[in-house]
Ligand binder design. Structure first.
Ligand SMILES: *Cc1c(COP(=O)(O)O)cnc(C)c1O
Length: 403
């Protein structure tokens, strides 16, 4: 008998979980009449809105498209400034630039990675009143920004919550725990359904809001700026014949985009949504196991600190590691883990360090973002993992770090 260990499967930092029910749901749509936006998108939007407790859900082709739509719906434009945390994915800030507004990067807490009202206040200090129009808080890794704190200090700013990491989570903004996406303080919440996120549609995003006006504008932005409701027609002479709305007629009031989700993708989303609670529960259990195991690794390795005031739905399991103190580098650790079948990732390179933004806004002093970035490492976390996989990851990490 050979004593070589069986080959171990590679654990990526995240991945989707698709079952036979999901496959069947997609197949049914493929065999039906609608491939692009049709009745399944409607059903998906209704189910999504109900699940997160929002009045409206608007599905779109990606989270990035959703952020762009949100910026359009808020009327952000040249000369406007939007506060974005430096630690987030590129798309959160890029959406601001799509509408020619400017980004003001705020710092984040070095232990949680989250932006607070204080960070925003520090970023805004010195700017003339009225320049800053909106805040895009990011619920990084699955725990949530204190949006009640933001709302208290900045009551007049529009808010778009980037909740790509937080679907299925809850937060307390002064009314007890409510779902992320219910927009308890107004504005728009944006979710991505990219396969590494909590539910998958291939590519896709969903925006939620309780505002009829914003929901309407999101619809325009998604579909070429087309208006089909006769009561909104601006050109009565063209839109009506003998008092009846012309059946072919539509108007464009603003140039929109094609950011529609297809019924094929929506079918997958609808089927995945049914499993959201199970996915979230599993992610919580796995992260709990990480927390128990990582606690034993000594002072230079710890889990990202968890923010209060929320019941997180974990998208990522982030450790903060003092690589210097351990006499190693993140590159060495990531490469060694990869060789041992453990995929890791860094979320995220602070945006103020990206050449495009550094060129545009000059060097910024955001020590919290830099300190978080220097230490963060995302370990594998996805619902198909077993607790024994967590043990394997932590054992390999301890071994690579010589702990
Ligand atoms: C994934 C992600 C996005 C972009 O979503 P896509 O669907 O990939 O376009 C934006 N912000 C954050 C924080 C994300 O994680």
């Amino acid at each position: 008998m050979k004593d070589t260990a069986p080959p171990k499967s590679f654990l990526p930092y995240g991945r989707q979980q698709i079952d036979a029910e999901d496959e069947q749901a997609v197949l049914e749509v493929l065999r039906g009449d609608f491939l692009t936006t049709g009745p399944t998108v409607d059903t998906y939007e209704k189910a999504f809105a109900e699940r997160v407790g929002a009045k409206h859900a608007v599905a779109c082709s990606s989270g990035t498209a959703g952020l762009h739509m949100a910026a359009i719906a808020l009327g952000l434009d040249f000369g406007d400034v939007v506060v974005v945390p430096s630690v987030t994915f590129l798309a959160t800030a890029n959406a601001v630039r799509y509408v020619n507004a400017d980004v003001l990067f705020a710092d984040v807490d070095p232990e949680t990675g989250l932006m607070s009202a204080e960070h925003v206040a520090r970023a805004i200090a010195g700017l003339s009143e009225g320049t800053v129009k909106a805040i895009f808080p990011v619920h990084l890794t699955g725990h949530t920004v204190d949006i009640a704190g933001l709302r208290k200090v900045f009551p007049h700013l529009a808010m778009v919550e980037d909740a790509c990491h937080a679907l299925g989570g809850e937060y307390d903004v002064g009314q007890g725990m409510v779902p992320v996406g219910s927009c308890p303080l107004g504005g728009i919440t944006m979710f991505s359904t990219h396969p590494v996120k909590t539910i998958a549609t291939g590519e896709g995003g969903v925006l939620t809001t309780n505002s009829d006006v914003l929901a309407n504008r999101l619809g325009w932005a998604r579909n070429h700026g087309m208006v089909r409701e006769p009561e909104r027609f601006q050109n009565q002479a063209m839109g009506f014949e003998a008092g009846n709305p012309a059946p072919w007629y539509y108007e464009m009031h603003l140039p929109g985009y094609n950011y529609r989700l297809s019924d094929v993708n929506a079918a997958l989303g609808l089927s995945q949504l049914k499993k959201l609670d199970a996915f979230v529960a599993k992610r919580r259990a796995l992260r709990e196991r990480y927390a128990e195991r990582v606690a034993a690794l000594g002072p230079h390795v710890k889990m990202q600190r968890v923010a209060g005031g929320c019941n997180p739905a974990w998208h990522l399991a982030v450790t903060l590691i003092d690589f210097d103190a351990l006499g190693t580098t993140r590159t060495e650790v990531m490469n060694a883990l990869r060789e041992r079948g453990v995929g890791t990732q860094v979320h995220y390179i602070p945006l103020h360090r990206q050449p495009y933004y550094a060129r545009r806004y000059g060097p910024l002093n955001l020590p919290g973002a830099d300190a978080y970035y220097a230490r963060c490492l995302s370990l594998p976390l996805f619902p198909a993992m077993a607790e024994s996989d967590v043990d394997r990851v932590v054992d390999e990490l301890a071994s690579v770090l010589k702990l």
